[in-house]
Design a protein around this ligand. Structure first.
Ligand code: AGP
Length: 611
């Protein structure tokens, strides 16, 4: 979950590195550091806390901030060793001739450390990463790329790695296995990073390294090989994200900006993907014929967090619309439990970042069992997107806030399009397919109506900001919607919120209900509403305050609630989308009221690239 940036070229390296780290901070942020090779030596600065602290350290270190040369930098999300300056990257070998920044886990670092210490190496940090610097120094015989390759041959685990050495001014060596590394191509300058966000102000042309790739990068050249030292070719991808999109604009937080972007991001997810003539969806990126789609007899969805919740909504879609037996797996479970995959099983990994370690492993497990795999990702060229080989991009643009909002709703929309396609590939007729297609196209308008309610939702949220616990309940597609709503509140407000199937409350959790345990009830006017009214009454009988999401104008629920959030009328398939936006706003305004850090909540990182 760490962020890496490297630069080689004529600009003062530290300014490029610091700017890049600021754009990576959402990946992990308990400490940061940088190293610049200039004047025959490596100069460094490190700081605990956010990148701002590092920027101040560089400003106070005299010449470092203006040095022209090559450099590497890192913002850390600790996996081994507490957040501290000594554990912050870059890490150095004993001589100080080599510096590295690393994202990933060196699983055999203790054994390697013992061998290195037995050979007289002295370690400064508690991290696993530091062994890499010592291994490279020990393997160095004049060629930095070969020394790095030789060092990595001894490593088991994962790495996105960047290396500099005072012996090779102007050169960055990068390598990748399990943690992303991308090279940004400039004019008389080049960049390396753990994802594309820090590259956007400088270049739109990037090369994604594959697992096992290693490269020596200078301002003018890129020598790309595999770990066996064989030259490899990688395509140059063109990034169409606008740098401004990765900025906050006039919103106080990325999260609010991304909530308000959802009408447009859902329009982007739909664009070019509906065929009214045939009443179906067009998902051509999958390169699957109608005949191949018709042979699918079972679907397994794998993901983590919000992506898993989106999959749980998709389960209803695939079974109810397409009539295909579907299950959803937490990706870490899927990868380890020896899942049953038959020849006609379709596996759908869902991942906004495309770099979640457990979901990558789930893709590999599915592939090893011969599954047909189509991924849902947001990041072009991400590991899951490439290893799945087929899939559907969300086109939601960079999602910077750690709490997923626009990616989740785009995942749900794409799953609905996918179910429409598979449904029309089976028993859904053209007219019904077209009716659903029209409902999908109306979603951005519904969300715009919910966003207009933001002031009212804020007013309600402020009344519940003092709560320490919250229950979210729903039925049908609104059950996973309740799970996602509870996750949003948990992760940004630190309130202990739990999502439950509404019918499940009376099987135990209801014992907790009292005036201090409010309930968010998803009581939209869709099948099952009468049952949830009964559940609301059960909650009220225990003195729990009840906030309900209701269909506007539906007074049948209002009488049993303390507060209501009204959303536009829509079908049971569409209801999760506007409802989720209302719950995102509810969580956001509670977190703001509680003075919480919104875009980078404590303990979290945007992409969980370690197990
Ligand atoms: C969602 O708000 C969280 N940030 C988290 O649950 C996230 O959805 C999960 O880590 C999966 O990430 P991915 O979609 O990038 O794989």
């Amino acid at each position: 979950m760490c962020g890496i940036i490297g630069y080689t070229g004529p600009r003062p390296a530290a300014s490029v590195l610091i700017d890049g780290l600021k754009r990576l901070e959402y990946r992990g942020y308990d400490s940061a550091g940088l190293a610049v090779v200039a004047g025959g030596r490596i100069q460094q600065a490190k700081a605990v806390g956010k990148v701002k602290a590092l920027e101040e350290a560089v400003a106070g270190s005299g010449a470092l901030g203006s040095l022209v040369g090559c450099g590497i930098a890192h913002t850390r999300w600790a996996t081994h060793g507490v957040p501290s300056e000594v554990n912050a990257h870059p890490h150095f070998d004993e001589s100080g001739n080599f510096a590295i920044v690393h994202n990933g886990i060196v699983e055999n670092y203790q054994e390697l450390r013992r061998h290195l210490e037995a050979r007289g190496c002295h370690f400064r940090s508690q991290t696993d990463s530091e062994v890499l610097a010592h291994l490279i120094a020990g393997a160095y015989e004049g060629d930095l790329l070969s020394a790095t390759a030789a060092a990595l041959e001894q490593v088991s685990g994962t790495y996105g790695l960047a290396v500099v050495s005072r012996h090779h001014p102007g050169m960055l060596v990068v390598a990748r296995k399990g943690s992303p590394i991308v090279i940004g191509l400039g004019k008389n300058e080049n960049f390396v990073a753990s994802d594309i966000a820090p590259l956007l102000p400088y270049t739109r042309e990037v090369i994604y390294l594959n697992d096992g790739d290693i490269a020596a990068v200078t301002a003018e050249t890129i020598d790309l090989r595999n770990i066996k030292n064989v030259p490899v070719e990688r395509e140059v991808a063109k990034i169409d994200w606008d740098a401004g999109v990765a900025e906050k604009g006039n919103f106080p937080h990325f999260m609010l900006k991304e909530i308000f972007e959802q009408p447009e991001t859902i329009e982007n997810a739909i664009r070019g993907r509906i065929d009214h003539e045939m009443g179906t969806a067009l998902l051509n990126g999958m390169n699957l014929t109608a005949r191949e789609l018709a042979q699918i007899t079972r679907i397994v969805i794998a993901g983590c967090g919000s992506s898993m919740h989106a999959g749980l909504v998709g389960e209803y879609y695939f079974e109810d619309i397409a009539g295909i037996s579907t299950s959803v797996e937490q990706a870490a479970e899927f990868r380890y439990r020896n899942p049953i995959i038959e020849p006609n099983t379709l596996v759908i990994p869902i991942s906004q970042s495309g770099e979640t370690a457990d979901t990558i492993a789930a893709v590999r497990e599915a592939a090893a069992k011969g599954a047909l795999i189509t991924a849902l990702c947001n990041v072009v060229g991400s590991t899951i997107a490439r290893e799945a080989g087929r899939g559907i991009y969300l086109h939601a643009g960079p999602e910077i806030s750690v709490a997923s909002t626009k990616a989740f709703t785009s995942q749900v929309v794409v799953l609905l399009l996918y179910a429409l396609l598979l449904g029309r590939n089976r028993r859904l007729n053209r007219a019904d397919g077209n009716e659903l297609a029209c409902e999908i196209e109306a979603v951005p308008g519904l969300i715009r109506q919910v966003l207009k309610q933001a002031p009212k939702i804020r007013e309600i949220a402020q009344r519940y900001a003092h709560c320490d616990d919250f229950f979210y309940i729903g039925r049908g597609c609104l059950y996973p919607t309740a799970l996602e709503g509870a996750l949003k509140l948990k992760e940004i407000s630190y309130i202990h919120a739990e999502g439950y199937h509404a019918a499940e409350l009376k099987h135990g959790p209801i014992s907790l209900l009292d005036e201090r345990h409010p309930v968010m009830a998803l009581a939209n006017d869709i099948p099952g509403k009468d049952k949830i009214i009964g559940n609301i009454q059960e909650c009220r009988a225990r003195k729990s305050p009840v906030v309900a999401v209701i269909t506007e104008g539906d007074d049948s629920v209002r009488a049993f609630t303390d507060d209501v959030i009204e959303i536009p009328a829509c079908s049971r398939f569409i209801a999760p989308l506007p409802t989720t936006v209302a719950l995102q706003l509810f969580a956001y305004y509670i977190a703001v009221e509680r003075g919480c850090e919104i875009d980078q909540p404590r303990n979290l990182a945007k992409s969980v690239t370690v197990e």
